[in-house]
Design a protein around this ligand. Sequence first.
Ligand code: AMP
Ligand code: MG
Length: 324
Amino acid sequence: MIILAIETSCDETSIAILENKKVLSNVTASQIWEQQQYGGVVPDLAAKLHLKNMQKVLKKALTESQIEQKKIDYIAYTEKPGLVICLQIGKVIAETLALYLNKPLISCNHLEGHIYASLLESTKEWKFPVLASVISGGHTQLYYLKKHLDFELLGQTLDDAIGECLDKVSLFLGYTYPGGPVIEKLALRGENTCPLPLTKLNDTFDFSFSGLKTAVRRIIERKKLENNLTRLNINNLACSLQHTLAKILTFKIKKAFNEKKISTVALGGGVVANKYLTDYIQKFLQNETKNVKLFLPQRKYCTDNAAMIGILAYYKIAKAKKAN
Ligand code: AMP
Ligand code: MG
């Protein structure tokens, strides 16, 4: 089956074409450069750029896949969550293509897509039950899946997402958006020397990162006042922040292991591109669990992309076919 998938939930215009689970093309026009000067994503600008980029992304995705339009069997798109005006653009394009090609439309959840991204170009399948986490710019969530597409939300952040926290800290330090890659680079030259608050280490699966973000901001402000915001201090602070985030996440993952049967851990979202974080979780799984496999998306499938919507649609279609 050939699936054409569209993702427009935030500031990436992305179209992918999949043959079953195989990615034939995945073309993304990112708006990072245009949005950078605002320190975040401006919804109106995002919508304007989706409209500007859509046609060339679609053309390129079709050309690279070497698939004729009439061979497409399904049109998938991101229905929610995301910026409403951006989602609407993806929906209208998907509906128009589905009507024009006379093919079924599959609506997809963006967060589920992030989790299914860990199955893209993987030769292995998840073993259930799965503990899954979306760690992105807008979300930090933990899910439990007893079978495919059966998402039980265990907990989520009550305020900032991890990605948001990294983005803000980068701005406090005078660097650009998105902050995650900036912090990762700084941290490579630093050490975990700065004690930061381990927020929400309690008996729930919920997270909270705004207090941690504020604590980092206060340290930066103090060091500025003392004229002591040196390169070394910045690097150490970045490393300590990553370490603290990894520790909080692993605490909740460990809690899930204590309370539930888990065979697989699947992570998804832009922050999962962070090697420090994923190495930390991998080490925990190796040391404290038996044979639990960690599924991570390839780096190119961590941030928003349409291939993850395509593979989610593949599993949704397979499930619907099985039910009939
Ligand atoms: P998403 O919301 O899934 O599109 O992911 C975007 C978020 O991922 C932003 O908050 C980025 O700062 C963050 N991000 C991207 N690359 C990295 C990285 N290497 N390390 C940490 N965070 C990252
Ligand atoms: Mg996302």
